[in-house]
Design a protein around this ligand. Sequence first.
Ligand code: PLP
Length: 626
Amino acid sequence: MDVDEFRVRGKEMVDYICTYMNTLRKRRVTPSVEPGYLRGALPSEAPMHPEPWDDVMGDIESKIMPGVTHWQHPHFHAYFPAGNAYPSILGDMLSAGIGCIGFSWAASPACTELEVIMLDWMGKAIGLPPAFLPFEEGSKGGGVIEGSASECVLVSMLAARAAGIKRLKHQFPTVDEGLLLSKLIAYCSKEAHSCVEKAAMISFVKLRILQPDEHGSLRGETLKDAMEEDEEAGLVPFFVATTLGTTSCCSFDNLPEIGPVVRKFPSVWLHVDAAYAGSSFLCPEHKYHLAGIEYADSFNTNPNKLMLTAFDCSLLWVTNKYLLTSALVVDPLYLQHCYDHTAIDYRHWGIPLSRRFRSLKLWFMLRSYGISGLQKYVRRHCELAKYFEQLVRKDSRFEVVNQVKLGLVCFRLLGSPDENHEAVDELNKKLLSTMNASGKIHMVPASVRDKYVIRFCVVYQHATREDIEYAWDTITDFATELLEGPDKERDLNEERARRHRAALAHKRSFFVRMVSDPKIYNPAINKTPPPIPTSPGTPPSVAPASPDTPSEAGSIQLVPSTPKQSSWISWPLAFFFQSVDHDANDLPLRFRHLDTMVRLKSPNHGRRGSSPGASPERRAPSPSAN
Ligand code: PLP
């Protein structure tokens, strides 16, 4: 394709996109294809010779579109909004056109500088404290655009991990970093996004998953108890991930309580994930959710969710950029340049080296809409959710399960009084699977306070009250059919739905399993903690005392640890051990083994190697290993 053809085809592509957007209502929301549908429709090998562009585009409509889930469809109410406002599409187009790779300031100065300025604009517009902003007097803060909220959480955890190990290494210079790593523990609520657990898996650290209150909010006291207990057991708290606007039910962790708790522990990093809710803070009436943000070390939000901006655009701010960059820096000669001490090189702020000119789309969005235009959009989004909530509340067959603060309403059929918890869950599963299979509407489930609920999110950019009424009419029609339809047909549908669910059972929904299900690790600790074995020959549940409080010159004391009922720990690689046998899944046992297998030793006691980084002694687990 030469430049003349590109000029023509580019315009045709814009036309195609416009027609697609304008005619979306005519399509099913979700495709009705089976896995592998495309393989049979495409050749088994790449073409040896060029093909006409018309043929390529012809295949889009005949082969690709039948397999597309239309996220911009007015009747798509799943997940969270996925922005694709036109100015942001144009920004991505220009970014691809310019085609620069902005890993350092020198690699494309405008790419870096516009990003710094956009993060400053956005930080101010959202209401972040000056410590997060790059141009404030004395600030060590700043922001970066990452590819996803998951990356934001991961790099924050990696930075906190590096700082934690550095601090411990300072206290225990002869102890191997691997052992120090095994003492680090992070915290999040059960409502935190699964990306927190993934970050812990990648970072190879333990993560204690805590029970939030009845509104899905993690409270300071719960965190404090867990951190104190873990510290007493010899673990080293290093990272707390909180969420403003959780994925299952849009709940908000209690930052004003959590912040002061975190401050009591030296060097614990407090992260705030506001992937969805963050853009709502553009509106003064939603800014109260940011109370306590002054305690945070990092904060992320995705304009590609509630700020209409095309994916990918995840913003991360930190109050100490040096902690972030020192954890991620690599500096080969071929990437160095003469301004690298005065300019930002964004390759040190994330995982990939190469990065697109993503700030263009943010700039286009902010200038095309203005803050007022974005506020208007957020307000309409929230009003429509409130309207949907009212409709649900008027129908006595249903209940609303979350506090509706932004655009997400979690609801469910109540079932009849004689139906038990499982039966009501089943009823709601049936309702959702029948609705989704119809292609008329699309929603996903979540688990809220152990109830199976249906998430209704206002997603469509130009949604109106009529769209919300359509959704509610569709839902109530299906519900009536389910509750009152002829028994025979209902049985048949139930059987179909049951088979469908069985087929999907292995692919557990991302939204159902927000964080590790404790059952995966140890069924016994799901509801009741397992008994602590006390028989002779069985070691008590023990763990080394905190390296912060060594009893003698860096040695570690073994102290009893009590399993917590209201939380569980996600272990690095726990997944691999889960099916070995039941005992291997028993967390407190594994916890005990891990901690008794290794022990931290005082710098000069029984050291085999003379190097400061000599590995600690490793032993087979034994009751006397203390
Ligand atoms: N955090 C929260 C609160 C989310 O809702 C989501 C996704 O919905 C994520 C993190 C993960 O976002 P990403 O897909 O950008 O990694």
